[in-house]
Design a protein around this ligand. Structure first.
Ligand code: NAI
Length: 460
């Protein structure tokens, strides 16, 4: 048994980043992780999907290079090799996180952590073999795929006909037909990849639009682009049953009163994720939960003094970059440094082709919040670089303005580099920049981000 200043439960982006910061701040830290370091993001989320999508991008460029004067004879994609490369990239990055932990002198415990209670010295945590104690706890146990109670779906997951974000990354044979339940971020990124490599993809989404809270016009542009690649969308569709076996499955859904069927060899369940708060002993401390998520303040404190929570487990934003920031805020709060996470300015990206990058309010959400807002839309074709690099592109940027204060409160973009551009927009929102402030900024030329500047000059 050892006594630590801090025990971190979970080695994903929130946990490993916080552990490193805390150790550099002089704390004696133990980090518990039951699987590989890096969490869902590194092992079965952000990073592996980006390796897939980059291979698709290269393949699509080879297939459709004609307009750019490039012809590639016999272009092929070998999905098994894409999976091998993904494994290599993940392995490299996971070992990088391990090296960081060693460098910071964080004790990594490989095992499932469970909080057993509180002693005179602090909180007690066990991995089933040994109990350790810490003055402070940080809960970073992340989230898991939520499998909705659709008849037959649980059995389909057990038989391997249906997969989640985890298993789909290891399938080596290209599915001929993939049915995606849920047209959110995971569903769309995987639809984009598999459609690009020749799979017949059908997305069944219960809402009347894809991409969840994304601005409706941007969702529609994305949908059109994916349809051009052959993805079929069934919107407003309620899935009623899943049946069959690997290689011969059926997804049944209803549109209004009419029943339909999709035949497929694999089903991807991407209907959202839920915080992982079960079986970690939170009840032994009385940590308050709300619908399964740990309730936290803006500086990540839980209801129990001495216990913080960061990342997906608090159910607030469920993004790796929010997790990093929350982990840092937690450590600063532990040190008595005032900090809070600014949830108004968290960028979100969908890494499809074209990419979507959004941050802040949409016109719809602003109006709902009672803000006197307006939106200003401009085609990315105002960018010379965009026209030079993209044939027939239909990308746009939308800027949402608080008209009472003339500040930028939302930026929404679809098109090339959106994922890299959006952080600049997040900074404008976090710093409550006025339109007139940003009009004075110098943007590099020629770039796609210049359209933000052009768009701002249309605002009176
Ligand atoms: P999501 O919340 O993005 O989308 C789930 C979709 O499934 C929603 O559109 C919902 O209406 C639909 N749905 C739910 N139940 C359904 C049903 N029974 N039938 C049909 N449709 C149904 O969740 P997703 O895609 O699973 O992603 C999970 C989390 O992972 C998200 O919170 C996301 O932020 C994160 N993520 C982020 C990525 C990124 O930043 N690029 C990439 C992948 C995941």
């Amino acid at each position: 048994m050892a006594l630590y200043d801090l025990i971190v439960l979970g080695g994903g982006p929130a946990g490993y980043n916080a552990a490193e910061h805390a150790a550099h701040a002089g704390m004696k830290v133990a980090l518990y992780e039951e699987r590989a370091l890096g969490g869902v993001c590194l092992n079965e989320g952000c990073i592996p999907t980006k390796t897939f999508l980059n291979s698709a991008k290269i393949y699509e460029s080879a297939l459709h290079g004609d307009a750019f004067g490039v012809t590639v004879e016999g272009a092929k994609i070998d999905h098994a090799k894409v999976v091998d490369r993904k494994d290599k990239v993940v392995k490299t990055l996971v070992s990088g996180v391990g090296a960081k932990m060693r460098g910071a002198k964080v004790t990594v415990v490989t095992g499932s952590a469970r909080i057993t209670g509180k002693s005179a010295e602090g909180f007690t945590v066990t991995d089933g073999k040994e109990e350790n104690t810490a003055k402070k706890l940080l809960i970073c146990t992340g989230s898991e795929a939520a499998v909705p109670p659709i008849p037959g779906l649980r059995e389909a997951v057990e038989s391997g006909l249906a997969v989640t974000n985890r298993e789909i990354l290891d399938i080596r044979a290209v599915p001929k037909a993939l049915c995606v339940i849920g047209g959110g971020v995971i569903g769309l990124e995987m639809a984009s990849y598999f459609a690009a490599i020749g799979t017949k993809v059908t997305v069944v989404e219960m809402l009347d639009k894809i991409a969840g809270p994304t601005d409706r016009e941007i969702s529609e542009i994305l949908q059109k682009n994916l349809e051009k690649k052959g993805v079929e969308f069934k919107l407003g569709a309620a899935v009623t049953a899943v049946s069959g076996k690997i290689g011969a499955g059926t997804v049944e859904y209803k549109l209004g009163d009419k029943a339909y069927k999709v035949s497929c060899d694999t089903v991807l369940v991407s209907t959202g994720r839920r915080p992982r708060t079960k079986d970690i002993g939170l009840e032994n401390l009385g940590v308050q939960l709300n619908r399964g998520a740990v309730v936290t303040t803006e500086c990540t404190r839980t209801s129990v003094p001495g216990v913080w929570a960061a990342g997906d487990v608090n159910g607030k934003s469920m993004l790796a970059h929010t997790a990093y920031r929350e982990g840092e805020a937690a450590v600063r709060d532990m040190q008595g440094i005032k900090d809070s996470v600014d949830y108004r300015a968290i960028p979100a990206v969908i890494y499809t082709k074209p990419e979507v990058g959004t941050v802040g309010e949409t016109l719809e959400s602003a109006k709902k919040a009672g803000i006197n807002a307006s939106e200003h839309t401009m085609s990315l074709r105002y960018s010379g670089r965009y026209v030079a690099e993209v044939e027939g592109g239909d990308g746009i940027v939308k800027i949402v303005i608080d008209d009472d204060h003339k500040t930028i409160i939302g930026v929404h973009m679809i098109g090339s580099y959106a994922s890299e551009i959006i952080y600049g927009a997040a900074a404008m929102i976090a710093e409550e920049k006025r339109v007139s402030d940003v009009q004075k900024l110098v943007f590099p030329h020629p770039t796609v981000c210049e359209v933000i500047r052009e768009d701002l000059f249309t605002i009176k």
